[in-house]
Design a protein around this ligand. Structure first.
Ligand code: TRP
Length: 333
């Protein structure tokens, strides 16, 4: 029996992954994959909360191939597809009967959509409302110790902890209380709207860089990224007054393993065009490697499917075990 602590994380296959996903999540997944027992999931059931896809299976396989291309190892991690492990949906239902809907009403992600569209809109599904319960189920089924997530998911993790604590208070120690590992790097933001998070489901694809973007497109998108009109130009990290430049510095800092302070010193007499050139070139260096690997495996569907079959099976064994215990204590079984 492995005594390693358990890590669980997931990304929605709502589109091809972006450099935001790479920098904010996957790079960290790779850093910790040797030290923990990691379960990295493709959250396809979460993806359908806000969109009806005609190609979700394709997007899930793209996501899997991108995980692998970035360096997530199928040999030491469990890589699985959420929809194939029915226990996620089953625990979701049970937990939903233990959670007051009032609590969910105040979750930021739901509130934001609600305010954007209003609740009469057909865009606001019940699934979007209960989304945090499914996420709590994902995490709690595996007796997860740590969840590496971006800052935007912190509230969902707090919610999962609360759900676990309340359930445990009633029934004994059924769930491990998960702890977040929040990436220390600043969040990667939208290129044209640097006060907002970079999102792969953004309707304007100039706001993000997909891991599959071609080099010329990367150069174009970074060139068009919003900066500021400081004159003379100042390369300085200042989230409040210079969100565009701060975002470029964040990206550069992670991709070159250089601290922001060192970057500010090194780049203090260049202009924004020159900065963008450097950033685009560093992005293209890393994308070149990722894409090379991606295109060498993406059409090997049997290989990809086998990784999922094996990962799903291992995941299911752990998940079933937890669910059986839950069924027992609530007297279903
Ligand atoms: N909601 C997460 C996101 O949009 C994805 C996700 C689903 C997740 N289930 C999870 C992340 C469990 C961490 C743990 O980024």
């Amino acid at each position: 029996m492995s005594t390693k602590n358990i890590v669980f994380s997931a990304i929605q296959p709502s589109n091809n992954l972006t450099i935001g996903n790479y920098i904010g999540a996957i790079k960290q997944w790779i850093n910790i994959q040797d030290s923990y027992k990691c379960i990295y999931c493709i959250a396809d059931l979460h993806a359908i909360t806000s969109n009806n896809y005609s190609n979700l299976k394709v997007l899930s396989l793209n996501t899997l191939a991108l995980y692998l291309a970035c360096g997530v190892s199928p040999d030491i991690n469990i890589i699985c597809l959420q929809s194939e492990i029915v226990e996620h949906s089953q625990l979701h239902w049970i937990l939903s009967c233990y959670i007051n809907w009032n609590t969910l009403k105040y979750m930021t992600q739901f509130k934001n959509s609600y305010m954007k569209y209003n609740y009469l809109s057909n865009k606001i599904t019940v699934g979007l409302f209960t989304y945090p319960i499914l996420m709590a189920s994902d995490i709690l089924l595996y007796q997860t110790n740590y969840v590496p997530v971006g800052y935007d998911q912190k509230q969902h993790l707090e919610f999962s902890r609360k759900v676990a604590r309340n359930f445990n208070k009633k029934y004994g120690n059924i769930f491990t209380i998960p702890q977040p590992i929040i990436a220390k790097i600043g969040k990667i933001t939208s290129l044209l709207n640097p006060m907002r998070k970079m999102s792969k489901s953004d309707s304007n694809n100039n706001n993000y860089i997909s891991l599959l973007d071609e080099p010329e497109l990367v150069i174009k998108k970074i060139n068009n990224a919003i900066t500021d009109s400081d004159n003379p130009p100042i390369i300085k990290y200042d989230l409040k007054n210079k969100p565009g430049i701060s975002n470029l510095l964040n990206i550069l800092s992670v991709l070159t393993n250089t601290s922001i302070i060192n970057l500010e010193n090194d780049l203090n007499n260049i202009n924004y065009t020159q900065l963008k050139k450097i950033v685009a070139s560093e992005i293209n260096n890393i994308l070149f490697k990722i894409q090379k690997k991606y295109y060498s495996i993406r059409n090997k569907e049997k290989y990809l499917n086998n990784i999922l079959i094996s990962g799903n099976k291992k995941a299911k064994t752990i998940a079933r075990n937890t669910l059986n215990r839950v069924y027992k204590v609530i007297n279903i079984k």
